[in-house]
Design a protein around this ligand. Structure first.
Ligand code: 5GP
Length: 173
């Protein structure tokens, strides 16, 4: 099956924005070190580009979650599949996620990590779909605000595939 995709955000535009976010994060965390937590699997592409644009000392860790529901919908029920390898108490923690849609996933993760007493806790997302928000969660760093469309590529999957696309695309029907 060939996917009919329209480019929503080009690889060049992503690279430019990720560089800007990296500069902003570097300025905000000057004199501190960072613990970057990537949410598997969608955030891996964004995270690997973003950390190379940040120039404060940092360590990385990963969490994996799965949300029950239809392939293109979040049910709000989140299951923790993989926890962090190391404690985050007293650390400056930045959660890196591919996309915020209803906000249920990030608000769950935020509360979970906040309960472990980090020094600070912030969130960075590449994409924000504010139209479908069901919580009052606002990420600290946002790459692009996009309309309520199902997007694929740059880490985001369609039935577990197509994460490798270098751009963010929209399915064309
Ligand atoms: P939320 O809990 O904010 O509704 O959903 C966040 C998660 O839903 C993301 O981490 C991602 O896995 C999935 N998601 C939401 N919108 C999209 C989309 O447009 N494309 C893809 N591939 N996944 C999405």
């Amino acid at each position: 099956m060939r996917l009919q995709l329209k480019v929503l955000i080009s690889a060049e535009d992503i690279a430019r924005r990720v560089q800007e976010l990296g500069r902003e994060i570097t300025a905000d965390y000057q004199g501190r070190s960072l613990m970057i937590i990537g949410i598997l699997k969608g955030a891996v592409v964004f995270m690997s580009d973003l950390i190379r644009q940040i120039s404060v000392p940092l360590e990385v860790d990963f969490m994996a979650i799965s949300s029950y529901g239809e392939a293109t919908e979040t049910s709000g029920v989140v299951q923790l599949l993989k926890d962090l390898d190391r404690p985050i108490e007293g650390k400056h923690v930045l959660i890196v996620e591919d996309i915020i849609d209803t906000g249920l996933t990030l608000s769950y993760l935020y509360q979970l990590l906040q309960s472990r007493n980090p020094a600070t806790l912030k969130t960075a997302v590449l994409l924000d779909k504010p139209e479908r928000r069901r919580t009052d969660f606002t990420p600290d760093y946002v790459g692009f605000t996009i309309p309520d469309k199902f997007v694929i590529g740059y880490g985001l999957d369609y039935n577990h595939m197509h994460r490798e696309l270098p751009y963010v695309g929209v399915l064309e029907n």
